[in-house]
Write a protein that binds this ligand. Sequence first.
Ligand SMILES: [Zn+2]
Length: 228
Amino acid sequence: MSEIIDLSHTLEPGMQVYPGDPTFSCSPAASIAKDGYAVCSLSLGSHTGTHVDAPAHFFANGQTISEIPLSTFMGRAVVVDLTRKSARQVISWDDLALYAPRMVPGAILLLHTGWSRYWGTDEYLEHPFLERAATENIIATGIRVVGVDTLSPDETRVDGKGSFGAHEVILGAGGIIAENLTNLHAIAADPEYFVHLVPLKIDACDASPVRAYGLKNIYKEHTSTIMS
Ligand SMILES: [Zn+2]
């Protein structure tokens, strides 16, 4: 049986965004009552909701979101259990080393802190974060896609004094970061899940919202349908 798990937050007015980022709106540009059909005008930052960061987010000559090959955004999920972590606690290599045998090129490393349960609250900003040295070890395994169920893999500080070690290391290696994932618990225990984090093909942009999801057995089922 195929299973699809939605790993995305809903885009809606009033939703939480990174401190200082543009807010989300979806307002009618045409309506069925007035025009006979509905069209919405969207306004949002490139890092709104569940989204991926391209290298161009931190590097002027880095790849933009539309330049990254589609295949980069799909891969077998390696979900690391970090649900024991508390507010603003550092995630070090010691927390990840157990999963190192599964960290191979093409895999997608997902850090499951469980922090998505705080989505929309002040506590969401207090998430655990990844140490630079641990990020360097992740990149050394060949992994180029790292996803988090938090606002950022780096510490979120509203005083502007934060550092961006994880962003610099991953994006500096030509990798991508998925942020604000949710429901990671639903795919955590099963190494059979593939994840898709496919962004919109926006020209010259540093990031894009995505509809992130995990799926398993779907290819097998489709193949058997075609063959029968
Ligand atoms: Zn981002």
